[in-house]
Design a protein around this ligand. Structure first.
Ligand code: URA
Length: 209
């Protein structure tokens, strides 16, 4: 499974429109991001491997489907990734979590790492990287490169919005990592913001500026 999946579910699109509106409050923005993350999580986990377990219902014994393999990992690209992480952990509470601290140098737009903490056995797990904005993709590329260096081989990337330039950059560096996004916007502006976009996702989530 490769390439880019646009999750064009009506609920996702409706919520995204409200998030884009500059008059939407911080509280609403945060709540909507959590709600969309549940729907994106549903899509990105659609093809998880299954096995069966013998259980007894009150009526009889049955072979019932259950997730196979080791617990998956959500890798949050700080700080905005945490907005997607929260909802995903509600759906997959047993998941492990990696945190990758990357900030964008506003001059060069390059990703600079300041924090990395992840489970030690990444090679045996599906790793779902979450970051709301795939803009230049510098952070996403750096995050996935680092996770691969630490052993991850089975990765997916989830964002809310992507720029065509970001998708091009990301898929050329990591063609093996499928991307899930709620929308692909028009372009990046000269400051590296997605247009029309929704502004700075971290600032809108946390009410900073
Ligand atoms: N990061 C954001 O938060 N917003 C953008 O538009 C681009 C990168």
């Amino acid at each position: 499974m490769q390439g880019v999946t646009v999750v064009d579910h009506p609920l996702v699109q409706h919520k995204l429109t409200i998030m884009r509106d500059k008059n939407t409050s911080t509280a609403s923005f945060r709540r909507l991001l959590r709600e969309i993350s549940l729907l994106l999580c549903y899509e990105v986990t659609r093809e998880l491997e299954m096995t069966t377990r013998t259980i007894e219902t009150p009526l009889e014994t049955m072979e019932a489907p259950i997730l196979e393999g080791k617990k998956l990992v959500f890798a949050s690209v700080l700080r905005a990734g945490n907005g997607l992480l929260e909802g995903m952990l509600e759906l997959v509470p047993a998941a492990r979590v990696a945190h990758i601290g990357l900030y964008r140098d506003h001059e060069t737009l390059q990703a600079v790492e300041y924090f990395f903490k992840a489970p030690s056995d990444l090679e045996n797990r599906l790793v779902i990287v979450v970051d709301p904005m795939l803009a230049t993709a510098n952070s996403a590329v750096a995050a996935v490169t680092k996770l691969k260096e630490r052993g991850a081989t089975n990765l997916r990337f989830v964002c809310l919005l992507a720029a065509p330039e970001g998708i091009e950059h990301f898929t050329s560096e990591h063609p093996d990592v499928p991307v899930f996004t709620a929308a692909i916007d028009k372009c990046l502006n000269e400051k590296g913001y997605i247009v029309p976009g929704l502004g700075d996702a971290g600032d809108r989530m946390y009410g900073t500026k």
